[in-house]
Write a protein that binds this ligand. Structure first.
Ligand code: NAP
Length: 451
């Protein structure tokens, strides 16, 4: 072990000690640190002034009580979080997640990843993340509205278009953003459109924002496939999840000539060898908020549903895998199966869906692997485009916005590819994304001095 490696290890040990009981956060930091050895070997000055220690410590963490009343008149309590990780590149920016699994460690891992992801977009946005352990599933619109209003009643004092700009994530879509924006507007008496992104089109939202993460991951994967002199045309593709990211990945991959043979939700997955019927999937998931098993029931013969206790979506043979559900959903044994079945590219639509062991299997097998902080950056990039439209009181067409998204995704791909090459690891997008993202955050921090 070199001196710089030892120094990085001792910084990592301190991160684990200071953030005890937060395994997802440790995992996200570890993954970045595994790439930093090569940077500090070239640039030992990055070890000065506790720069790396400061990058691992959120600038501010807010935890608050969210009381609300359910339809039976009972008072319910949830916990709200906002981790304002880094404002080195611009106002804190990152989504809100409403899911029972949410805790401070999960929000911290997401905020840490978000910081580098946002830097990779090349746009002036810092990193943050937030949410609550509230579960919107099975709740009425009235309950969701009262929860969102209570959540925003506390959070609003920490937000602002130059301070912190949240968006959606798991469990937070157009409905929740609408309720939160309404409450922000009421509390502040300001129509500050740029304070939230993912807004409805009638009050400052951007065309193509809803589609952006899935479309963006498709563009990123397409660029990876091009380096292997191939394309989506005729490829079998598996996309996990059936939420926002999954649905628009399916739409774009299909437009690029790929055939999506399986998708899922937390209860299980469906296999449709004729290709997933997107319109039916949207009707079930977006309109009725139903379960994936209904897809098999309604689509009829030739389609089967497998419950999550009985099997994994990653057992379905495919050329391209695009995990788009949640963190750590694709483990080592799944990666081994995918490689055995001949997968040639894997690209993360979700945040950290592949465990470190699974990622290692893909990298060792020479599978092209797009890490989430690069591959799914299209959503936040388009959020920044929404902020641009709000700031200039303008509105772009779908085509204009999608064209900007496509260019940004190509630039992110090329930056990762070039930096990996420069650092002696050609084709290693994980290393390329971590190093390119780190340098873009580290440089302004050095310029600002010790703040
Ligand atoms: P979403 O609309 O809430 O959808 C999440 C989907 O994943 C649902 O179909 C959900 O099924 C499924 N899911 C959750 N846990 C699962 C599990 N253990 N196994 C299988 N499926 C599971 O959320 P989303 O916005 O698409 O976000 C998905 C991922 O992408 C998250 O990691 C998020 O952080 C990341 N991401 C999102 C954006 C964005 O713009 N939305 C941008 C960048 C990254 P159930 O309905 O059964 O729970």
């Amino acid at each position: 072990m070199t001196n710089t490696d030892e120094k990085l290890e001792s910084i990592f040990d301190e991160v684990v000690r200071r953030n005890a009981g937060e395994p997802e956060f440790h995992q996200a930091v570890r993954e970045v640190f595994d790439s930093l050895g090569r940077v500090v070997a070239k640039r030992p000055d990055y070890l000065e002034d506790a720069l790396i220690e400061r990058i691992c410590e959120p600038e501010r963490q807010i935890i608050f009580r969210v009381p609300w009343t359910d339809d039976q008149g009972r008072v319910q309590i949830n916990r709200g979080f906002r981790v304002q990780f880094s404002s080195a590149m611009g106002p804190y920016k990152g989504g809100l997640r409403f899911h029972p699994s949410v805790n401070v460690g999960i929000i911290k891992f997401l905020g840490f990843e978000q910081t580098f992801k946002n830097a990779l977009t090349g746009l002036p946005i810092g990193g943050g993340k937030g949410g609550s352990d509230f579960d919107p599933k099975g709740r009425s619109d009235g309950e969701v509205m009262r929860f969102c209003q209570s959540f925003m009643t506390e959070l609003h004092r920490h937000l602002g278009e130059y301070t912190d700009v949240p968006a959606g994530d798991i469990g937070v879509g157009a409905r929740e953003i609408g309720y939160m924006f309404g409450q922000y507007k009421r509390l502040t008496n300001r129509f500050e459109a740029g304070v939230l992104t993912g807004k409805g089109l009638f009050y400052g939202g951007s065309l193509a924002r809803k589609e952006a993460t899935g479309y963006g991951n498709t563009y990123f994967t397409q660029a990876m496939l091009e380096t292997a002199k191939t394309s989506f045309d005729g490829k079998r593709v598996v996309v996990s999840g059936s939420g926002n990211v999954a649905i628009y990945t399916i739409e774009k991959v299909r437009a690029c000539g790929g055939k999506i043979v399986a998708c899922s939700d937390s209860s299980g997955y469906v296999v449709d060898e004729a290709g997933i019927d997107l319109e039916l999937l949207q009707e079930i998931k977006e309109t009725r908020r139903g379960r994936i098993s209904e897809y098999a029931e309604l689509r009829g013969s030739g389609v089967h549903f497998v419950s999550s206790e009985k099997g994994s979506i990653w057992d379905v043979p495919c050329d391209v895998a695009m995990p788009s559900a949640t963190q750590n959903e694709l483990m080592e044994e799944h990666a081994t199966t995918l490689v055995r079945n001949g997968v040639m590219a894997v690209s993360e639509g979700a945040n950290m869906p592949c465990t470190p062991e699974a990622t290692r299997v893909f990298r060792e097998a020479g599978v092209r692997f797009g890490p989430g902080k690069a591959a799914n950056a299209g959503g936040v990039a388009t959020s920044a485009l929404e902020m641009q439209q709000n700031a200039s009181r303008d509105r772009w067409t779908f085509q204009q916005t999608e064209a900007r998204l496509a260019t940004i995704m190509r630039e992110i791909h090329d930056a990762c590819y070039t930096v990996a090459d420069e650092y002696g690891a050609p084709g290693d997008y994980v290393l390329g994304a971590n190093i390119a993202g780190f340098i873009r955050v580290a440089e302004p921090m050095r310029a600002f001095g010790v703040v």
